[in-house]
Design a binder for this molecule. Structure first.
Ligand code: C5P
Length: 399
């Protein structure tokens, strides 16, 4: 992501302490971050904390001689995004009525950047019709309001009003700072391994972690795409904002993919589907029997080949993955043709730094017209971004 800049406004609620973590995450993501606080916020957390984390001077007093004359106007016009977290009921009310009586409120009023509000307060304050009406007004005027979480509150009660976790706010921020160049495109992504049971306690599977497919689903969502993620069992948390379908076996994956694929424009099959499954699932745990056991396997449906075979006229991009340990290009090319794909992403899973279970990947992309491109070793997020760029280009060209 090119260097972005964000203003974080902190208002006077107990959740102000979580804003410190948000600043850390912003800075870690390479976002230039400046903090403005209300006077009440400084009672909960010291400006020094934010200065140390952001590396920038914090403004909490409109009349501080250290402020440049027009900071309250320039900050919100030069930034890519203004976040107010936590946003108290009082601050929300002020903004809904256009009041500007301190640095933060005047800065928000003068801002041309988009504004993300993260309300945090006691449930009754949040559900109070005045607060709800104020939030409605702000939404109507283009403010983005993040739903508060539900759970334990500092006042000792349980209910809606918690500031979303900093990582969740950060995910929303990443989306708001990303170009929405995939808006309107509908994706179906598969990820992870499948598992094929042998008996009630044992199964066959493979080493796929799901990271590549999840990175693609998340990347597409960040850039405005509508995403359905069909995933075999993984340790990963589904990305925010995707429709998530969890499956176990290849048969289940096939059913869900066929059910869901009708309305999608792009199908990316990053899942490592087991090609075979045990012919029978034993009803009881299999017992030790002599020194040899033979397991009979039968072929699983090849979901991607089925999609390729049944391609209807009309536009749809079909992308496969080929994880290989030998003859990478020849095998990938064979699959591209046999499965009737637009693009196949080939990775050599015998490398220790690419493919299964690691955070990096190095892939070769083969196209239907015989072209081949190589993406060097990079984080899976960057591989995902590179693939999405190419898919977008293909879609725009109408291939
Ligand atoms: O297993 P194989 O190397 O043939 O997988 C290539 C591509 O086909 C991958 O995109 C994978 O998700 C897909 N596939 C599938 N159903 C299978 C096997 C593979 O959709 N049974």
């Amino acid at each position: 992501m090119e260097k972005k800049s964000v203003i974080l406004g902190v208002t006077g609620g107990i959740a102000a302490y979580k804003a410190a973590e948000l600043v850390r995450l912003l800075v870690k993501a390479g976002v230039e971050t400046k903090v403005a606080m209300t006077q009440n916020a400084t009672k909960f957390i010291s400006p020094l904390t934010f200065e140390a984390l952001s590396g920038n001077k914090v403004v909490s007093d409109m009349w501080d001689a250290g402020n440049a004359a027009m900071d309250h106007v320039h900050w919100g016009q030069e930034a890519d995004l203004v976040i107010v977290a936590p946003a108290t009921a009082d601050f929300i009310a002020k903004m809904a009525h256009g009041l500007g009586d301190d640095f933060l409120s005047t800065m928000v009023l003068a801002a041309s950047a988009r504004i993300l509000l993260c309300p945090a307060m006691n449930s009754r304050m949040l559900l109070n019709p005045m607060t709800q009406a104020n939030l409605g007004t702000l939404r109507k005027h283009g403010y983005i309001v993040m739903e508060p979480g539900d759970g334990g509150l500092a006042c000792g009660t349980d209910g809606p009003g918690r500031l979303p976790e900093p990582e969740d706010i950060m995910e929303e921020v990443r989306k708001l700072l990303s170009p929405q160049d995939l808006a309107g495109l509908r994706f179906l992504v598969t990820a992870g391994p499948t598992i094929e049971p042998l008996d009630p306690v044992r199964y066959m599977t493979n080493r796929s972690s799901g990271r590549m497919g999840y990175a693609i689903a998340r990347g597409a969502r960040m850039r405005g795409g509508d995403v359905i993620l069909v995933s075999g069992p993984t340790q990963l948390v589904p990305p925010r904002g995707v429709v998530f379908e969890s499956v176990n076996t290849a048969e289940e994956m096939r059913r869900v993919v066929l059910d869901r694929c009708g309305s999608v424009d792009v199908i990316i099959k990053a899942a490592a589907v087991l090609d075979y499954r045990p012919k029978e699932k034993a009803p009881q745990k299999m017992k030790r029997k002599g020194d040899r056991q033979t397991l009979e396997l039968i072929e699983n449906p090849d979901i991607l080949a089925e999609l390729g075979r049944d391609r209807v006229s009309g536009r749809r991009i079909l992308v496969g993955f080929a994880a290989e340990t030998e003859d990478l290009l020849a095998n990938a090319k064979g699959k591209l043709q046999r499965k009737n794909l637009d693009m196949i992403v080939a990775n050599d899973v015998s490398r220790h730094d690419a493919g299964f279970e690691v955070d990096t990947n190095s892939v070769k992309i083969l196209y239907r017209d015989g072209r081949m491109e190589e993406l060097g070793l990079m984080p899976k997020e960057s591989v995902a971004a590179g693939l999405l760029d190419r898919i977008k280009e293909m879609w725009e060209k109408g291939t």
